[in-house]
Design a protein around this ligand. Structure first.
Ligand code: GLP
Length: 234
């Protein structure tokens, strides 16, 4: 793991953009994208840049079960707002939150991922160490499926909804094995609320109890953290 410490999320987004840009210029064709507040500055930088993504394909990590792409809280909507409307790609894929047959939808997504192996995966970090929506206890050999969200994740994400009761209880998420297949991974984490998870991810044992710790086994990970998120590192 390469660890880069920055002063704040703005500086982090700029550093992430430089790594991202280098990979795209070097020929990356498939982007694995993430939502949440963490990658917002990276997406701003991409939109403001002259980087041409029109020949690239993206696959997103996850989507809430039950939300349509038109729902403002859906990850499809987030991606359109923050990136795709301004910087369209050749094709962009997310799981379909309204799929009638969730098992078939997960299988479709795994098939898609085998057709589009990810070159650069962007990741945020959950407060409990989750990546995508792979909550603590997720098997390292997991692939895309429907997951139950932890109460702490529902509470953390409630800030984007009218109230906590509106937060979906389930999501489609790429699995740990899907994430680990990416050639390069850029993980960003900002703020004190992420400090415990950052410490476990970097200095703790590799354990399914802290999903992000699996990244210690990946050959090409760049971790970008601000001072608050890095505050518990020794
Ligand atoms: C959600 C997403 C994750 C994201 C995490 C952190 O649970 N599924 O992909 O990394 O939240 O969100 P934030 O960046 O808003 O702190």
């Amino acid at each position: 793991m390469k660890i880069i410490k920055v002063t704040d999320a703005i500086a982090g987004g700029r550093v992430a953009f430089e790594v991202f840009r280098e990979k795209v210029l070097a020929g990356a064709k498939v982007l694995g994208l993430a939502t949440g507040s963490t990658p917002e500055e990276l997406y701003k930088q991409i939109v403001a840049s002259d980087l041409d993504l029109s020949e690239l394909t993206s696959v997103n990590l996850d989507e809430y079960v039950g939300l349509s792409a038109e729902n403002e809280q859906s990850y499809a909507y987030f991606m359109k707002e923050h990136l795709f409307a301004e910087k369209p790609l050749k094709a962009s894929y997310l799981p379909n939150g309204l799929a009638e047959d969730p098992t078939a939808e997960a299988a479709r997504y795994n098939q898609l991922l085998s057709e589009y192996p990810v070159d650069v995966q962007v990741l945020g970090l959950g407060r409990n160490g989750h990546i995508g929506f792979n909550e603590p206890g997720t098997a390292f050999d997991s692939v895309t499926r429907v997951v139950d969200l932890e109460p702490s994740t529902i509470a953390a994400n409630a800030r984007f909804f009218e109230d906590e009761s509106q937060v979906p209880r389930q999501a489609f998420s790429m699995g740990i094995a899907n994430i680990m297949s990416a050639k390069t991974i850029i993980l960003m984490a900002y703020g004190e609320a992420k400090a415990e998870a950052v410490k476990g991810m970097i200095e703790g044992p590799v354990t399914e109890s802290l999903p992000a710790s699996v990244l210690q086994n990946h050959p090409n990970v760049v971790v970008i953290v601000d001072e608050a998120a890095a505050s518990l590192l020794s």
